[in-house]
Design a protein around this ligand. Structure first.
Ligand code: ADP
Length: 558
């Protein structure tokens, strides 16, 4: 890990007055979350040793006067002007508390139609989102991080086409990720070729919108600049652990947490590479840390200040937690397994299957001690359990930098990258596992010391320029096979890895399906259909080079 980057991040965002080091942060967080001395000690070591890190708000705020610990929220937006502005107010409160919010704007009447209750003419979802976006920008100015929102619209909303194209121009709605919520019947229409079917007729313009048109707009949008994302309504709700409490119509900003209205979720990620011993997984250690992490996140629900009473009530009712992993690709590299291989997917299923099974077991132990989550009756759980949902895969955009590992379950975006920080400083980051392996590979080729230095620079400059090392012929083919980065991996292999994790994850997966810059529209349609067929809850694609802003940022967050 480049220590300078970590120091910079800690200093600019995480250190509280009087704190000097990462250990100070861990002590503050452990003291706030642990229930007794023994637990505090265990939590401290787990974080100090970088085996597990909670999401940023927990690192920033635990043990302060305002311990808001949660990264993920979903706020309902009603159809009337007072309800819309109530959601705006609630979102603002969450933002000043460092959370990210998802909203479904589907109940807002189509643009130009009368609002039934309370009067007025509806500006439509897109204009309303512009207000939310401006509010976020103003609120976050000068803050520790820019804001993050998710805007969701049901595919059958009459304003769907203007929603899909709302982010056509770069810089518009920049604090929003947008996603279209699609029920199975429209995916079936797409796959069966019956998508000339009429989806909706706009009540004001009279415009007749077919399923085909909407999918074309989605695919064009993704091709243009990676938006909108797609969410699969029926897959999400088939996995709803508390169907009696209603359905899930939105997710948090990066998509890993479909939630009920007013629910929030605190995330935490296990740092996988540290569980590799002699190229195999240290299962006992993984068992221990998974159990501790469940306790940590469950305690945190009672330690956090919920920004609104409705959030306190909804969150405590289901006690969802979001335990996941980071550093998957680094782990695979250390084990010598190419990301886009069957072996990698088997590894992924084994590890995530183990984490989820262990987390469930620990949550059952917690229930025996502390009681079940209040909405347990009528939930999908037959045996007493403390948390309605336990696992997720977060992007880990910042905490993976603190841990010095590859983010979440993403393949490394580039083995050499440049990070620019607000202060104008630039860092050349060379992936540490890659750096060591490259030195070994150059030594294997038998270059003299000075020639080796030239060769090393040649590789690094080549990657800086092209993002890949696949064309450097003198590197052994097995080396090139292993060190494939995000753009070298086929969309199908990206999707298959996401599916391997989804099979063992309660909530959803934050992942970007990277597409080559010459990807054509049909390949994007194919990726959306595959994602649905594979049982994913949603899919986010990005065609490499399709945004001016080339610095990689997971799903619009920072
Ligand atoms: P981190 O690594 O900082 O803990 P992640 O990149 O894993 O965070 O993102 C997890 C979730 O945190 C996101 O899905 C989103 O809900 C929230 N989040 C991320 N970045 C921001 C931000 N800049 N402002 C508000 N919320 C954010």
């Amino acid at each position: 890990m480049n220590g300078a980057i970590r120091d910079h991040i800690l200093k600019s965002r995480y250190l509280q007055p009087g704190e000097k080091s990462f250990s100070d942060i861990c002590s503050r967080v452990a003291s706030a979350i642990g229930k007794d001395e023994a637990e505090r000690e265990q939590f401290l070591h787990m974080m100090e040793d970088l085996l597990f890190l909670p999401n940023s708000p927990a690192l920033m705020n635990a043990g302060t006067r305002n311990p808001q610990l949660s990264a993920c929220f979903v706020i309902p937006v009603g159809p009337t002007i007072p309800e819309i502005f109530r959601a705006l107010r609630e979102g603002a409160i969450i933002q000043v508390n460092d959370g990210g919010t998802g909203y479904s704007f589907s109940e807002i009447p189509p643009c130009g139609t009368p609002i039934k209750e309370g009067g007025g003419i509806s500006p439509g979802p897109v204009r309303i989102m512009e207000i939310f976006d401006t509010a976020t920008r103003v609120i976050r100015e000068g803050g520790r991080r820019r804001g993050a929102n998710m805007g969701v619209l049901d595919i059958a909303h009459p304003d769907i086409l203007s929603f899909i194209t709302a982010k056509k121009e770069e810089g518009v709605l920049e604090n929003f990720n947008i996603s279209v919520m699609i029920p199975d019947r429209y995916m079936q229409a797409l796959t069966e070729g019956s998508h000339d079917e009429i989806l909706t007729i706009h009540p004001i313009s009279g415009e007749v919108i077919s399923v085909r048109e909407v999918f074309s707009a989605i695919v064009e949008g993704i091709h243009r600049n990676g938006e909108p994302g797609v969410l699969f309504a029926d897959t999400i709700n088939a996995a709803n652990p508390t169907p009696a409490l209603g359905s899930m119509r939105a997710t948090n900003p990066c998509g890993e947490e479909p939630l009920l209205p007013y629910e929030s979720c605190i995330l935490g990620s296990i740092n996988l590479p540290l569980f590799l011993q002699n190229q195999s997984v240290a299962w006992d250690k993984l068992d221990e840390i998974t159990r501790l992490a469940v306790r940590f996140l469950d305690n945190a629900i009672d330690q956090t200040t919920h920004p609104l009473p409705e959030i306190a009530e909804a969150t405590r009712r289901t006690r969802k937690i979001g335990l996941g992993v980071m550093g998957l690709h680094d782990t695979l590299l250390l084990a010598g397994i190419p990301y886009d291989s069957e072996e990698a997917r088997t590894f992924a299923e084994e590890v995530m299957g183990f984490i989820t099974a262990t987390a469930i077991d620990e949550s059952k132990c917690c229930a025996a001690e502390l009681g079940v989550f209040p909405a347990w009756e009528g939930s999908i759980w037959h045996e007493p359990i403390r948390n309605a949902a336990l696992t997720t895969i977060a992007p880990t955009g910042t905490i993976s930098l603190i841990a010095g590992v590859s983010p979440g379950i993403e393949p490394v975006y580039s083995f050499v990258s440049i990070r620019r920080h607000t202060a104008g400083r630039e860092f050349e980051m060379i992936h540490p596992v890659f750096k060591r392996a490259l030195d070994e590979e150059i030594a294997r080729c038998g270059y003299t010391e000075s020639a080796a230095e030239v060769k090393r620079r040649e590789v690094i400059d080549h990657i800086r320029a092209t993002g890949t090392l696949r064309n450097i012929d003198w590197l052994h083919h097995s080396f090139r096979r292993l060190y494939r980065s995000a753009g070298d991996i086929s969309p199908d292999d990206h999707l298959r890895m996401q599916a391997a994790f989804q099979r063992h994850t309660h909530a959803a997966i934050a992942k970007t399906i990277n597409l080559r810059s010459d990807t054509i529209m049909d390949e994007i349609t194919h990726a959306i259909i595959s994602a649905w067929t594979l049982g994913l809850k949603g899919v986010t694609c990005y065609r490499i080079g399709s945004r001016r802003d080339t610095v990689y940022r997971p799903h619009g967050c920072s």
